[in-house]
Design a binder for this molecule. Structure first.
Ligand code: SF4
Length: 367
């Protein structure tokens, strides 16, 4: 059974026509979903009872179920949701300050998951540890936003697809969800307030660049040379750095906004001054900005955060070379440290998850 939140207004009008219902009923349903914020057909009181029954038979109306919630109004809040097939996904709400890009702003940012698990197996990431299970459909992606707003009482105004999964590997559902999130009849969040983060799926970066919406792009770079990226990001063997940077340049040529590189700093892996110099060169060449994020330890993984002295020296090289760079040291506020852990922690204790010890602590998760 399909989620009604996967459909656009026009598609729903078409469905209603097929059910022998007038098109204006679609607008009424959409108003319930995104204005009055109920997905329950029995609460849609301006619809005839017969139509509500037809809708119940045709569409899934069950919202995501909250399994766990951590944090409070003034801190990062994490939500663990159970999907209709029992799979778990995680969504994170980051309070108004600080912003993802280090600016002072009133951004209330949500970090949305696009897949259950991830197939890309980046060596530092909690989300890939359990493998890929399935793609989320557009309704499940949109519903993360609706449920977090309902649970928190906050209105989100900034979206980042940096939760569990590689968003560009679920391209069609991602774009459909973004269309609904961006639509005036949907949640009406501007495309410039939506960022898609990728580990580097080159063909899909080009596809994203060709979309008319001015969506932002963040690249999980984490290595400034093929040698380093190959070591920690298997995707680089398929799409090496030169191809990735060409795709970034293409994206940049189609957008007014700079793109962002995310760079987790890991001791002895990518924290050398040579890496910093190369990163500066790449950043300037692509007219990008870079967020440097000291690694947060994941239990069971061998990587370590460099000392603050090393972090500062790395940043000094970037800045001296004229790169636009921000060091994001704050623990807990950092979106990069936000996603991918709660699900694994719960899977470790949840009969549906199969049990076993799983990494739980401050796992970096960058798209
Ligand atoms: S960093 Fe992104 S692409 Fe890499 S394993 Fe984690 S979720 Fe997948």
């Amino acid at each position: 059974m399909r989620s009604i939140k996967s459909l656009t207004l026009d598609e729903l009008a078409g469905q209603f026509k097929a059910l022998g219902e007038p098109a204006y009923r679609a607008k009424q349903v959409i108003e319930w979903l995104y204005l009055k914020r109920t997905g329950r057909f029995d609460e849609m009181t301006n619809l005839p009872a017969g139509l509500r029954e037809k809708l119940s038979a045709e569409f899934n109306e069950r919202p995501l179920e909250v399994v766990r919630k951590t944090g409070s109004k003034d801190t990062t809040q994490k939500f663990l949701f159970r999907l209709r097939d029992g799979q778990l996904v995680e969504t994170v709400l980051i309070p108004a300050s600080p912003s993802l890009y280090g600016e002072v702003s009133d951004r209330r940012t949500i970090c949305i998951s696009s897949q259950v698990g991830c197939a890309y197996g980046c060596k530092f990431c909690a989300s890939g540890l359990d493998g890929w299970k399935r793609n989320l459909d557009a309704g499940e992606i949109v519903d993360q936003l609706l449920r977090v707003e309902a649970e928190s009482g906050e209105r989100v105004n900034n979206i980042v697809f940096m939760g569990m999964g590689e968003p560009l590997a679920n391209f069609d559902n991602l774009m459909r969800a973004i269309g609904i999130i961006n639509a005036p009849w949907g949640t009406n969040i501007g495309a410039r307030h939506i960022t898609v983060s990728t580990s580097g799926l080159v063909p899909r970066i080009r596809d994203l660049a060709d979309q008319p919406l001015q969506i932002r792009l963040a690249i999980s770079l984490h290595g400034a040379t093929d040698e380093v990226r190959n070591r920690i990001m298997p995707v680089n063997r398929k799409y090496p750095l030169a191809e990735l940077l060409d795709a970034c340049a293409y994206f940049r040529s189609r957008r007014k906004q700079k793109l962002t590189f995310e760079f987790i700093l890991i001791e002895g892996v990518n924290d050398s001054l040579e890496q910093a110099a190369e990163l500066a060169r790449i950043t300037k060449r692509t007219d990008a900005k870079v967020n440097v994020i000291p690694y947060n330890t994941v239990q069971g993984l061998p990587w370590v955060r460099p000392s603050e002295k090393v972090q500062d020296e790395f940043m000094a090289v970037l800045r001296q070379a004229g790169a636009v760079a921000t060091l994001r040291r704050e623990k807990g506020h950092d979106i990069a440290a936000a996603c991918g852990q709660l699900r694994l922690q719960t899977l470790g204790n949840d009969p549906q998850g199969g049990g076993g010890e799983k990494p739980i602590a401050d796992a970096p998760k960058l798209n």
